[in-house]
Design a protein around this ligand. Structure first.
Ligand code: P6P
Length: 329
């Protein structure tokens, strides 16, 4: 019985069951990628626990101070980074990790064949105001031989080489959404059983939408084509929706349709968002859901990375909306 049939019969499919089903389609697979998802799931549940009590930090001790037990209280994004690195390191299936919280590559198991890039807690400035935040991850197969430390060529790969990408959104519910190149599926954390359960099978994004997401505080610095497109959105009485948390803005637009932009400006010609652990994974998901993702001059997944934390301008979402904006640039 397939997952979809089980869903129709209101049977619960956990993330682990779904991944095992997917893995079974590739008899030759080693199962290492499935084990990485096990490690991601564990860290996600720990981060979810910590994020949900973030408001208590003032009682337990503000970030960077000591709590009532006299222990140092770390910033949540540092905690999240440590929890993901610890879980992935213990699992042993990653040879290297690239993280927004790490200046350099963190080398793990030299015998492992996967590299993971992540933003462990994106939008963490929104924690203090209780807005949705998220974790973003991207997984590549190393190109260098097993048994040695990962090299730059393993870490700086084009987005089109990703074998998997996904995010966890810590919102009104906690969801894990991912792709391995066979469509996009969403899982909701059921606290009563402590597992992620399939809730959004085969997610696709509408070709058109009525939502545009951009920080219009930067409007005066945008390229003329972007300004023209934003004016057109207003003329069409579209809805402006911008939370300032990429995972939250992305997830809403993925489901409802819309366009998300963090364009280049004169001051920041490459925009703000990072290629390896924000734009590439979200671009992979967007395309797998039927959308488009561009820097404005090229497909995001074709950008040749030159450094770990490089930024690129990003325009992604409903295919017709992105194409319309591209025609104005
Ligand atoms: P701005 C959060 O800091 C983040 O990295 C993304 O999650 C979000 O989309 C963007 O920056 C918001 O940036 O400049 O609009 O506040």
């Amino acid at each position: 019985m397939t997952t979809i049939e089980m869903k129709k019969q209101n049977k619960v499919t956990t993330l682990s069951q779904f991944i095992a089903e997917e893995q079974a389609k590739y008899p030759g697979s080693s199962g290492n990628l499935s084990k990485i998802f096990r490690d991601i799931k564990l860290a996600a549940k720990m981060v979810n626990r910590d994020v949900r009590k973030a408001g208590l930090v003032d009682i337990l001790g503000a970030h960077g101070s000591t709590n009532i037990q006299g222990e140092e209280v770390k910033k949540l994004d540092v905690i999240a980074n440590e929890e993901f690195i610890h879980s992935l390191s213990s699992g042993g299936d990653c040879c290297a990790i690239i993280s927004e919280e790490e200046d350099y590559v963190r080398h793990l198991n030299p015998e492992a064949k996967y590299v993971l890039a992540m933003d462990p807690l994106d939008g963490s400035s929104n924690i203090d105001v209780n807005a949705a935040i998220g974790t973003i991850f991207s997984i590549y197969r190393r190109v260098s031989p097993l048994g040695s430390e990962a090299i730059e060529a393993d870490c700086l790969q084009k987005g089109e080489n990703q074998v998997a990408a996904g995010y966890i959104i810590y919102g009104s519910s906690t969801m894990l959404v991912y792709t391995t190149g066979n469509g996009v599926n969403g899982f909701t954390l059921d606290g009563s059983i402590g597992d992620f359960c399939l809730s959004h099978p085969n997610m696709t994004t509408p070709e058109d939408g009525k939502i545009y997401s951009v920080n219009e505080g930067n409007y005066n610095k945008f390229p003329e084509g972007v300004k023209k497109y934003i004016e057109q959105c207003k003329d069409k009485a579209m809805s402006a929706r911008y939370i300032g948390s990429m995972v939250a803005d992305f997830h809403r637009n993925l489901i409802k349709g819309g366009i998300f932009m963090y364009p280049s400006t004169a001051k920041a010609p490459n925009g703000k968002l990072r290629l390896m652990y924000e734009c590439n994974p979200m671009a992979f998901l967007t395309e797998q859901a039927g959308g488009r993702a561009t820097t404005g001059s090229q497909r995001i997944l074709e950008v040749e990375p030159t450094e770990l934390h490089q930024r690129v301008p990003v325009i992604m979402g409903s295919s017709n909306m992105v194409s319309e904006l591209e025609s104005m640039l």
